[in-house]
Write a protein that binds this ligand. Structure first.
Ligand code: SAM
Length: 245
């Protein structure tokens, strides 16, 4: 996979938590960061499984009445906008909240939401718990691999508290594997000089895969009540149903 004989081979046997992603740096180049937020929509349209989450979890709940959906760690906000647009197109009553701890992301997401479909909040899941918020669907995409073990525990604990009775939490992320690494590298290479140029998508994407969990690792890392589902292409969905009352 790694053709350069001078470079050591990439080790995908364990999570590379010591490798920081460039977009997470406080001093990341703002122009590149904003282009990354803008380009996320292409990556997410193909990889995030957002259509399946909408069909399986959001649409059936929205048919029963008005619902609230949270996208935690929303980044550029394209998934929250996608969900809000589909709910609107389906004629459902809904409130969609996109939240991120990074003010650069929230600012960009709010500016990109020309139709004003989503409520944008610059805060963490714990802040939302402190506010007493509840949602029928709590979702995230590509957030888990950013977190340390204790941050993951915190996010999952918050997700449980934020999930309304009968609701669901769904955290979607990459499944680390040699295949995922080779496929993402191969598919994005021809786009590196065009669509993805001037963004962190390719470089951070390769790092993201190295930082991600395998299904077995994620299963071992989560508390009881959470289920790990494998999805194509190279995806993990971490799911927990809210308790019915
Ligand atoms: C790779 S980005 C993913 C953005 C978006 N969900 C997407 O799929 O394009 C991860 C985002 O999670 C945010 N994040 C990390 N930890 C968070 C937390 N505890 N609460 C809210 N946002 C968080 C980061 O600021 C970053 O914008």
């Amino acid at each position: 996979m790694d053709a350069d004989p001078d470079r050591p081979p990439v080790d995908l046997r364990r999570r590379a938590l010591d490798l920081p992603e460039r977009m997470d740096a406080d001093d990341a180049d703002l122009e590149m960061l904003e282009r990354t937020y803008e380009r996320f929509r292409y990556v997410n349209a193909i990889l995030s499984g957002r259509g399946g989450v909408y069909r399986r979890e959001i649409a059936p709940r929205a048919r029963r009445g008005a619902i609230r959906v949270l996208d935690i760690g929303c980044g550029g906000g394209d998934i929250a906008r996608y969900v809000a647009r589909r709910l609107q197109r389906d004629g459902r009553r809904a409130e969609v909240v996109g939240a991120d701890i990074d003010p650069r992301a929230v600012r960009w997401a709010a500016d990109a939401d020309h139709e004003g479909l989503v409520q944008w909040r610059c805060l963490s899941s714990s802040d939302l718990v402190a506010e007493g918020e509840r949602f029928d669907v709590v979702l995230s995409n590509h957030v888990l691999h950013h977190l340390t073990a204790s941050q993951l525990g915190g996010l999952l604990d918050d997700s449980e508290r934020l999930t309304a009775p009968g609701g669901i939490a769904v955290h979607s992320d990459i499944a680390r594997s040699v295949t995922a690494y080779a496929l993402f590298g191969g598919l994005t290479l021809p786009l590196a000089g065009t669509l993805l140029k001037g963004s962190f998508i390719r470089e951070d994407g390769m790092l993201s895969i190295r930082r991600s969990y395998t299904a077995a690792e994620l299963t071992a890392a989560v508390p009881p009540g959470w289920r790990v589902q494998r999805r194509l292409p190279s995806r993990l969905m971490l799911v927990r149903a809210g308790h019915l009352v």
